[in-house]
Ligand binder design. Sequence first.
Ligand SMILES: [Mg+2]
Length: 368
Amino acid sequence: MKVERITLTHVRIPLVEPYRISNGEVSEKDGILVRVDAGGLAGMGEASPMAGSFYSDDTPASVWKFLTDWLIPAVLAAKVDSVAAINRVLDRAGGSPFARAGLETAFWDLEARAAGKPLYELIGGYNVPVESGLAVGITKGIPAMIATIEKYLAEGYKRVKIKIQPGWDVGPLGEIRQRFGDIPLMVDANGAYSREDIPHLQSLDAFGLVMIEQPLPGDDLRGHADLQGKIRTPLCLDEGAGDIRAVRRAIRMKSCRIVDIKIQRVGGLANAIAVHDLCASVGMSVSAGTMPELGIGGAQTLHLATLPNFAYPTDVESSARWFIDDVIAPLITVREGMITIPAGIGNCYEPAESAIGRFRVAERVFGA
Ligand SMILES: [Mg+2]
């Protein structure tokens, strides 16, 4: 598997509605697509930071610069020819997990295609439909939120997640319970609360939530342990589970009962699998999260989510839920709340060249 060429394409796709979380709002989705050509095959990856400081310090511009100035030259110089080899180079290089995820997952796709297998088979997963959960951002008022949930529940989504922040929690949750009864429901605060809010957060037990995701800031594992000791609802760490060392600490400190795994946040599929396996070894279940990524990253998360320790519906939704179009064919589609990975090899979704061309902001080709 001799790499001949690596192509970076920055695409920007308008969202069908703005997405607001406790940290801010976005109305377009940026993705940096990484194509690795080798031996007549092409592997696709996606580096998928959000614009601004919406989720982390990584931005499309910073990830593009790190890939072009540093990572891609390092990978080409090292004559990387496998997933194992690229992980050795990336481990030495350090830096942005998003940049790393884009490159690393392209090599997984390539390796699966070279083996003539779907990606899930290469990582020890299964050919099973994946349950999909709906995520709803912070809306301008409760009626807009109820309308969004109503619209998408009709498509059969298996769970509803709402984004919360101080002042936007018990009100919307009460309305949802009143309107939709006993549906599987969870919340995600993206770290918007502080330890002073622990008594208030305890009151969320009354809503019978599946989990509370990242109530406190990412680095506050001690605060999460304190809260988890005082609340029945399982806590889930997302931002606080940045890498396998953080997950080890969180397990030791009893900071959570569930770990959200994002391929982008942990810097690639090998790291994501390592976190999955660590959690499985201590009996802690995991859920598969998204930024959300465009279809290439979304598809990789679907393959990951077929591993046995994923115990909750994934955050991957239909392409049409967030994006006016997507960079893959076929589009990701939820039917009766389930996503079936199409028959195929590698990611099993092929890049949609016309859409990539239409939404392209920048492109750069690196020859070996
Ligand atoms: Mg989250």
